[in-house]
Design a protein around this ligand. Sequence first.
Ligand SMILES: [Zn+2]
Length: 273
Amino acid sequence: MSTTEEGSRQEPNPTFLIGSTLAHTTFENTCPSAKSMTGFSQTLERWVVIQVRCKRWGCRHCGERKVTHFGWKCEDAQPNRLITLTVSNSLWENPRAAYEGTKGKVTQLAVRLRRKFGEFEYFKVLEVTKLGWPHFHLIVRSPYIPQQVIAGLWKQLTGAFIVDVRKIRKHRDVYFYVVKYLAKQRYIPWTTRRVSWSKNFFAKETFKSPGSLALIDVCWIDEHPESIIRGHFHPFRIEAYSSDCWAIEKGYGHSVGEPIAQVHRKKSSPQAE
Ligand SMILES: [Zn+2]
């Protein structure tokens, strides 16, 4: 009979209608080393807490995020060539010296190529061999340039003669090249910079997220957003506005948010990437 079936069904918590454990998924997609920015959003008319990621390559969350971000951005930039520029190990005392001595040469190479061929815009990835020697992968947007010309100039600039030039056949492969270059990176003791790009490689940014919140009374807090929010607000007073921004229910946050902001107020802003 149906009544017996109803009665025999065991609920996990027979005493209370609502279980005691809150399944929080709100903070899953955050950088574990994130700091926070708080402020009053004039557009939302609410206090908000914003995640400021550490942006380090070594951070699993931020590193993977950057790889994907650069992958899509590079694809949008419509490059058409891959160039690998090596350094000549025998000319340098150690890998660090090779890096210091050649890192600025890519800019000079680009200036010379632009003079002769017009456009030469690039995204540069630093990579090291097993033994730690650097070389540079360039994802380039340029007209056709003979390999010998690039190799000749690179040799003049650095003494190295191995230069590989390939045409990108399928536009959709760009994302995978970038991911491949960045995902197999080894730890380099002498620099944290892995990528750089020429000024006009990427299209001009049109999207600026924090501005759309029209923040006032901004302050930086040296604490993870999760600890601020969980420490000061009931979960029902919080709404995730985006994966980086949590808005506090109207009418709250001002009384609570202001004192937190004052306690934690810091003069300096967090480090840039
Ligand atoms: Zn991080």
